[in-house]
Design a protein around this ligand. Structure first.
Ligand code: NAI
Length: 483
């Protein structure tokens, strides 16, 4: 039978130890996999590869489409981007799936109360503040741009519902903060219900993320599958890891249409590297997610059974459990798992045993949803640096407006301070000035706006500008607090 070839990066710190342990278990389960080891990690940064991988490693992963990855260290220092985040984004692994299941032998508050946990969380993996697009607008004011896109949201919701359907889930819950971030989280939520329509057998509901955090710790069994934007998903998935015993038991799959990455959630644990005491469980469960993704259902189930048996017998690595006599090192733990593998009578045979991409695309793919409504420029938000009073700024701005424009308001840190506001609103040295077209005038042109900006100089120091759009007759920008 043809082997499926996957790329394997052992990683840094404890990576090689836990990866060797995991591969020994997969091999013992008779899974027809072969491995192409790739050069990725801290030492490759240090050798001058700024993305933390060699061009060969990149090409291999893009060709094979599956990467089993050990934890990787990001060298400290400004300008160093995490190789983990780079890999997830570069290959568009838009859905981060994490499964949180109680494990026998792993004591938690919930296991002691006899409450089993079984939650699957999907975190959008590309967008949100993780674009890392940040600027200092003044020496005092930093801005992070938070992108939520319709195609990106539809993609992750579709993956979530497909996965929920496959695993027979009854309910999918969307966590969000659309009550405050009405456009960004609003778009994520709107896309969720748009996709949910195609899965009528699955109950779809939503919950504000702070309420979700509270309910996850008080009533975790209310949840089945949860989908969240990137940052909220990052925080709440670690919270869920805590429900089942900590990061040492948290697997993770980064799923994309072309490349998927399977890795443990924890890092490279430099404090225990090289001691052969690390716990390989999280990487092992991640590899089971990978086996299922590839279609090796029986092998994944057999390995999970071996893990449950081992934990039930009370065996554990140093980082969890009690009972010194049953404490095993990494290699011994893997050997125990192998000895506990159930008899394997048949192995999964995949119809299409080749996972290799025939060819890479020739150009970037642009994702855009159909739109044939009206597009209208209603005005502009000017972000300016100033320590002057809002009324003084207003006077300077009004002086330079074209006849077709009017000053609507000025805000500071999102709160309106002109024409009305409270003198108790504390201001920093950066204001937003909102100028709109006078009603009855046509859409403002880019020329009109740019000429207005040029007239403001040098009296007003511009930091940034943002167009105020109307799509399909709907205002496509938020109001200031108090506007
Ligand atoms: P860490 O997860 O490596 O370690 C935190 C603590 O948990 C340490 O005490 C460590 O000994 C323990 N620990 C972690 N995994 C363990 C395991 N499998 N068995 C037993 N004990 C374990 O987090 P830390 O120290 O913040 O990060 C270390 C490095 O890892 C950093 O360079 C960081 O950037 C990187 N990192 C990489 C990730 C990835 O590759 N996906 C994820 C998180 C961090």
């Amino acid at each position: 039978m043809n082997n499926i070839k996957i790329a394997v990066a052992k990683g840094d710190g404890i990576g090689p130890e836990i990866m060797d342990a995991v591969l020994s278990v997969i091999n013992a389960a008779g899974v027809p996999l072969s491995y192409q080891f790739v050069d990725m990690g801290k030492s490759w940064y240090e050798k001058g590869f700024s993305s933390g991988m060699t061009p060969d490693a990149k090409a291999t992963i893009e060709k094979l489409g599956i990467l089993l990855k050990g934890p990787m260290e990001t060298p400290k220092g400004k300008g160093m981007k995490s190789i983990n985040v780079t890999a997830r984004k570069m290959w568009s692994t838009y859905a981060n799936k994490r499964v949180f299941k109680s494990l026998n032998g792993v004591d938690t508050v919930f296991s002691k109360a006899g409450i089993p946990i079984d939650i699957t969380m999907v975190r959008e993996n590309i967008e949100d503040t993780y674009g890392g697009i940040e600027h200092m607008l003044t020496h005092d004011v930093a801005l992070c741009r938070r992108f939520i896109t319709r195609p990106g949201s539809l993609q992750v919701h579709k993956y979530t519902f497909d996965m929920a359907r496959k695993q027979g889930a009854k309910k999918v819950t969307c966590g969000h903060k659309a009550n405050i971030m009405k456009l960004t989280d609003g778009l994520f939520l709107e896309s969720f219900y748009e996709v949910a329509k195609d899965y009528p057998e699955i109950q779809a509901n939503d919950i504000i993320v702070d309420d979700l955090a509270m309910k996850l710790v008080s009533r975790p069994n209310d949840f089945d599958v949860i989908v969240l934007p990137n940052l909220q998903g990052d925080i709440l998935s670690d919270l869920c890891a805590g429900l089942v015993g900590g990061l040492g038991f948290a697997p993770s799959a980064n799923i994309g249409d072309n490349v998927s990455i399977f890795e443990a959630v924890h890092g490279s644990a430099p404090d225990i590297a090289g001691k052969n005491i690390a716990n390989p469980t999280a990487l092992l469960i991640s590899s089971c997610m990978m086996l299922r993704h590839l279609g090796f259902q029986q092998a994944a189930t057999a390995i999970e059974q071996a893990l449950h048996t081992t934990l039930n017998q009370g065996y554990h690595t140093k980082d969890f459990g009690t009972g010194k006599e049953q404490e095993l090192n990494t290699t011994q733990f893997a050997e125990m798992l192998i000895s506990n593998l159930p008899p394997i009578t048949t192995v999964d045979v995949l119809n299409d045993a080749s996972n290799e991409s025939p060819e890479l695309p020739k150009e970037f793919k642009t994702m855009v949803t159909p739109y044939n409504g009206d597009t209208f420029v209603n005005g502009v938000d000017l972000f300016i640096e100033s320590t002057e009073q809002p009324s003084v700024i207003a006077h300077r701005i009004k002086d330079k407006l074209a006849d077709s424009m009017e000053l609507i308001m000025i805000s500071n840190r999102g709160t309106q301070v002109y024409p009305e506001g409270s003198l108790l609103t504390e201001c920093v040295n950066q204001y937003r000035v909102r100028v709109e077209r006078v009603p009855g005038n046509p859409s403002l042109s880019a020329d009109e706006i740019l000429q207005f900006c040029m007239r403001l100089s040098p009296a007003i120091k511009l930091c940034s500008i943002e167009w105020l759009m109307i799509y399909n007759g709907q205002r496509a920008y938020s109001l200031a607090q108090g506007q």
